[in-house]
Structures are given as C-alpha cells and as structure tokens.
Design a protein around this ligand. Structure first.
Ligand code: AQP
Length: 325
C-alpha cells in the first residue's frame, strides 16, 4: 500500500498563481505515488478577519479551482476541513502536549500578528496545532510543503513525538516533502510574497485583461530606467515568472535580450503573459464550467468528507482509548 499524504489550502481568498506554482501543481504530480488527501482548510482560514457571507463561495471556488488544476477526485480525496469535526477535537487534545513557547516562536504567527494587529486571536497562535491535527488524524506520513511551512511541520513532528512518548506510539512522524517550489512574489512589490490576504495576487480565475494590467505595470529590474539600459534578469520578478511559464528557448532569449538591451520590458512582459495565459486560460475555463454546476462540486466534497470521517473516527477511537478518555 502506498503511503498516505496530506496537504491543505486555505479558502482565505482567490487561489492565485503562487498557490498553483508553489503547491497545487506539485500535488497533482504526487497523486500517482501516494494515497493523497487534500483539504480545504476553512477552520484555518477563520483565524484572520473574514466575511462569513463569503465563506461558502470561497470554499466552492477553492474546490473548483483545485479540480480544474488537476486534483482529480476520482484519484485522490478532496474535502472540506469543517465537514469532519474530528479535526478540532484532535487539535484540542494536541494542545495539551504542545509547549506554548514554541507557538509564540512561529514566524508565520509573528508575521500575521503584525499584519492583523488589533485582531490577533488564540486561533492564530494555535494554527500549527490544528495543522498537526489535520495530518495526524489520517496518520499522514508525507506532507508536501513549501519553505514557508517547514517550521510548522517541524512543530507537527515535535507534537507527534510528545504525544507518542506520553500515550504510546500511535502516530507516524510526518515527513516533509520539500518541493523545489516556487516562491512567487507580488508584481507591484517583488519583496513581498504573493498572498491572498495581502491582495497582491494574480488569481487563477481572474479576467485576462486585469491580469495583463498587473503584468504590464509589474516592477522590473530598477536599474533599467530607459529601453537602452542593460538589465539583470535575475533581479527581475517578471523574469522569474518566465522561469515558471516559458519554454527554455524563450527564457534564454529574454535573458540575453535584457542583458544586451535588445529587448524592452514591455516586449518581455508580453511574451511572458502569452505563455502564462496558455496555462491559466484552460484552468479558468474548466473552473468556470465546474462553478456553473455547484451541486456537483458540493457532492464531490461530501464524498470526500464521508471517506475522511471513517478514517478520522477510527483514529479518534484509538486516541481516546490511549488517553483514558
Ligand atoms: N507566493 C507563494 N509562492 C509559492 N507558494 C505559495 N503558497 C502560498 N503563497 C505562495 C503555497 O500555497 C499553499 C497553500 O497556501 P495556504 O492557502 O495554506 O496559505 P498561505 O501559504 O498563507 O497562502 P497565502 O496565499 O499567502 O494565503 P494567506 O494570505 O491567507 O495567508 C502552501 O503550500 C503555500 O506554501
């Protein structure tokens, strides 16, 4: 039997090319190798300010986009976290073996606390405990992570060791599967990670004209003020996007053209945009077709949750017995 793999994505806003290049594209590739469980983690998404009336739509959209990207529900499991209440039950239990100092040390907690100053809640602090529960509930052995999630997974491993030492070897220690994943930066400010909650995204469902506006005005190598100035492609965010979307011959041509000032930024952007839209157009069209039949998407998610609940209930039975509950 293949190992079980778990990963999640927050319905905290429109899914964007950072999520696609950094996570979803890789998830699709892992489906043949593992028993994959992919989760739309709505309990995580409520740890920052959000609009309740929008949540169902965001969940549905996240599901449709994931399926459109190739997360085939016939070959893996896709479900919504809050449809399986055992996630929060196990999270509570794991809180009791989690050192609070570790939670305060988490970089994401520090970043988000600064970003949402004035509305920092205990859920934001305990976010990594819920993440550990997500994985352990299914005895997940493999967790694909980008570099931004490595620290959280380390804590999940620590929580697993502490639980096992105290109550018996119930859980395998989840192993990170580090992807040479992209870290996609914002087009308006290449020092900031592209992020749903920052709003500096290129959405997978976004209208092509609106995407072009963002690409057209994207910040490039600041040394290139005039068309005749030579540039350094490794300092240009648009060139990074070429790296994700364009064929090798065009990447080489753009690099040489930028260094030799034989190609202008707009020409370079148009070329990248063309290659990017060749990837995004079919995804958007598939997602829109799915969103036209929302009941079918909800059905898929219900089937996923049904499968997961069976596993989750069995795990919780073992946990309660081990803990004398
Ligand atoms: N800019 C990015 N570049 C590469 N990978 C990224 N991911 C997110 N942004 C980038 C990867 O997407 C997966 C799912 O992310 P998430 O929804 O769990 O939350 P996140 O990492 O916090 O993503 P966002 O868009 O930045 O959401 P908010 O603003 O709500 O926090 C993860 O594997 C992540 O690495």
């Amino acid at each position: 039997m293949s190992k079980r793999l778990f990963s999640g994505i927050q319905p905290s806003g429109g899914i964007h090319i950072g999520n696609y290049l950094g996570a979803i594209r890789n998830w699709v590739e892992l489906i043949p190798q593992f028993e994959c469980i992919y989760c739309i983690v709505d309990y995580h998404a409520i740890t920052v300010p959000y609009e309740p009336a929008e949540m169902q739509g965001r969940i549905l959209e996240a599901a449709a986009v994931n399926i459109a990207c190739g997360i085939d529900p016939e070959r893996c499991t896709l479900f919504v976290q809050s449809h399986v209440p055992e996630h929060t039950e196990l999270a509570w239990i794991l809180n009791t073996v989690t050192p609070i100092g570790e939670l305060f040390r988490m970089t994401q907690f520090k970043d988000k606390s600064a970003q949402f100053e004035g509305s920092v809640n205990a859920g934001l602090l305990n976010y990594p405990v819920l993440m550990a529960a997500d994985i352990l509930l299914y005895k997940g052995e493999v967790v694909p992570v980008g570099e931004d999630q490595v620290q959280h997974l380390e804590l999940s491993r620590e929580i697993t060791r502490r639980f096992n030492a105290r109550f018996g070897e119930l859980f395998p220690e989840p192993q990170p599967r580090l992807t040479a994943a992209a870290r996609v930066m914002g087009l308006d400010d290449p020092t900031k990670k592209m992020s749903k909650s920052v709003g500096n995204t290129i959405g997978l469902l976004e209208d092509p004209q609106s995407i072009w506006e963002k690409v057209r005005t994207a910040v490039t190598d600041p040394a290139r003020v005039r068309r005749s100035d030579p540039g350094e492609p490794t300092k240009c965010n648009v060139f990074s996007l070429h790296g994700y979307f364009s064929p090798p011959a065009d990447i080489e041509r753009v690099a040489a053209g930028c260094r030799g000032a034989t190609i202008g930024c707009i020409e370079c952007k148009k070329l990248m945009y063309g290659h990017m839209m060749a990837v995004l157009n079919p995804i958007r069209e598939r997602a829109q077709a799915l969103l036209a039949q929302p009941e079918r998407v909800w059905d898929t998610l219900r089937r996923g949750a049904h499968h997961c609940r069976t596993i989750a209930r069995a795990t919780m039975g073992e946990v309660r017995r081990a803990m004398g509950l």
